[in-house]
Design a protein around this ligand. Sequence first.
Ligand code: LLP
Length: 424
Amino acid sequence: MSHFSYQDGVLHAESVPLPAIARQFGSPTYVYSKAQLLQNFRGYAKPSQGRDALVCYAMKANSNLAILDILAREGAGFDIVSGGELLRVIAAGGDPGKVIFSGVGKTVAEIELALEKGILCFNVESIPELHRINDVAGRLGKRAPVSLRVNPNVDPKTHPYIATGLKASKFGVAFSDALDTYRSAAALPHLDVVGIDCHIGSQLLDDAPLLEALDKLIELIDTLAAEGILLHHLDVGGGLGIDYGTGDNAPVAIGDYVSRVFARVDAWRAEKYEGKPIKVIFEPGRSIVGNTGVLLMSVEFLKPGEEKNFCVVDAAMNDMARPALYQAWMDVKPVQQREGAVVKYDLVGPICESGDWLARDRELAVEPGDLLAMMTGGAYGFTMASNYNTRGRAAEVLVDGDKVHLIRRREEPAELFALESVVK
Ligand code: LLP
């Protein structure tokens, strides 16, 4: 069930009408539903209960401290890609011992920080990175837990910008090089080789490619075990897609996917890996926060044109980059349904770029001053926002039942240039 719904013709987040939020906090504003966040997280956590499993939320999707805090209290770990994200986890009260560190370009300073804080594992993407982590760990007198991100070369059938497990991708170690890379890792004195991971892409509606990738990882774990390299965890990555309202096939339900992963792991362990502990790790981002948030905006002007009619709103590509960046189709709903002529509009923002559009060819009955909601905007929305055109980033609000919490206030223009100085 969705926690954003029309009640008496007005779009609500849980039991709060969105116009009340716009009146109190202005627009554009990201509005999140706590109930939806919990429902999604528990989709992973419930079938994992009583098992050796960990859900490491990929916080790049939405890293607001309030979101992290709620998930940390639910027992989540975190998948991070920078030292900054690690500091966020700690600031939100998350446990560094449940953090895995992904990314192709970890700096020495980031590795030092992660070792000092005692993270669960580095997801390593190359041989030079193995050496760098080994050197830093040696210098600090520590041992670094590592996993190798293996490229299973499975086609995820998603947008090329978010497909990451193919041969031509900058990510991970090629499947054919994995064995040798594990041998090199095992020979380094300051590393503990503990796991294997992959991430083949994002917004996958079907879980068949994810399960195919899992099979390839399992195959490699067996090969490594035969060589005496025993792994303790198997990280299947993130990537499960969500319903953006495009009318395509519905995505696989979280619980179904998780159960299928466990079924495969159980069957394999019973047959070949009995008695050896192996933790299963998930790295979901979008499927936890995507439908947890909407971007609330208001209509500034209607601008009819010869070929196109434009609906100019107060949100822009700096607030939500996905349409401009990936031609992503995001659903736009009127917050208050009104009678009147339906007109086909392109929804555009005030930024001085033709690429500044949020939606195209949408049939809407709107008037200036109306509120619109861009649905399913909780993932890769605020985290990808910028200050282009010296626009302060939107406010963020969390709804919990009938309560509304401001979890990030709107940025003021003066804050945007506060770090700059003129040369005298
Ligand atoms: N793990 C790793 C190593 C990743 O790189 C990602 C996402 C995830 C997990 C989480 O994937 P998810 O469950 O969210 O699909 N900005 C793009 C998506 C970029 C995904 C980057 N990596 C978008 O807005 O569609």
